[in-house]
Unconditional design. Structure first.
Length: 292
């Protein structure tokens, strides 16, 4: 059985790309599920899959995050990876689907878990906003704040991999230098800028529209928005990208990993040379560049 991928919200599970892509398990909040039920469900996942990789947004309530750590602590299991993702909701959903794709490949659970940090560098996640007055997750200048009160103003915002904010009509968002597809989720803003202007500028191969995640309006500070995320869709490219990074063994828990940090125990690699190698491998475009 493939390594289990788990999420903290059902709207983070996008439709599969093919018949091989498995779904993800749902780890419910303390308000929705008592602790004993959560422990029982996690035990079943471990028995069926061997390892569980739980991916969750950094924006989830503190009580929900505590529940995840409580379950792992009570079960005293070193086979549960808890990976906090500092991405907007749609970006998290895109990365979760890529992890689901990788879970059925010929990678160990440790390699799959540590691949999340690598793949996050290749997700260009942002939004078209009608206002940035309440945006606090991307740096906003006083000038941009002032312009957000002008009727009709719209802003293009990139949260990852490098924060950027532009006023529509006065600049361009820096896009990926490799072929991507574009995921789009519409809020209460009417515009074709994302699927038209941005998609053409970024030369995306395809545009897919999804339901807006429930937490998107809170994350971006407004419901007047259209969220988007450009991503690598091809499993063969993802496989090649992960395969190109040198594999190491965690000195703390003994599991295999890539990059400079273990996905299961979070221990960093102590050797300087492996850290340098991992940093180079994590540089966007280093091994994923391919023709448009």
């Amino acid at each position: 059985m493939p390594t289990a991928i788990a999420v903290t919200s059902a709207d983070l599970v996008l439709p599969p790309t093919d018949h091989q892509t498995p779904t993800a398990a749902l780890l419910q909040s303390p308000d929705s599920q008592p602790l004993d039920a959560a422990l029982a469900e996690m035990t079943v996942l471990l028995e069926q899959h061997g390892y569980v990789i739980a991916l969750y947004p950094a924006s989830i309530p503190a009580a929900h995050e505590r529940r995840l750590h409580t379950v792992r602590a009570v079960l005293e299991s070193d086979r549960i990876a808890l990976l906090k993702l500092d991405l907007p909701p749609l970006g998290v959903a895109v990365l979760v689907r890529q992890m689901r794709q990788l879970s059925v490949c010929d990678f160990s659970a440790g390699v799959v878990a540590s691949a999340a940090r690598l793949l996050a560098h290749y997700v260009y996640a942002g939004a078209l906003l009608g206002s940035v007055a309440r945006l606090d997750r991307v740096p906003v200048t006083l000038k941009a704040h002032a312009k957000s009160w002008v009727p009709g103003s719209q802003f293009g915002v990139l949260a990852s991999p490098q924060p950027q904010l532009i006023r529509i009509g006065s600049g361009d968002l820096a896009g990926p230098a490799f072929a991507t597809q574009l995921a789009v989720a519409r809020g209460q803003l009417q515009s074709e800028w994302v699927t038209g202007t941005l998609a053409r500028a970024w030369q995306v191969q395809n545009v897919q529209e999804f339901q807006l995640p429930a937490d998107s309006a809170r994350w971006w500070g407004t419901a007047r928005m259209i969220e988007f995320a450009a991503f690598l869709p091809d499993i063969s490219v993802l496989h090649q990208l992960v395969s190109s990074v040198r594999r190491e063994v965690c000195s703390w828990c003994g599991i295999q990993l890539i990059g400079d940090r273990c996905g299961f125990c979070s221990a960093p690699l102590p050797a300087v040379d492996t850290q340098v190698h991992a940093a180079r491998a994590l540089t966007p475009g280093a091994s994923a560049r391919h023709g448009r």
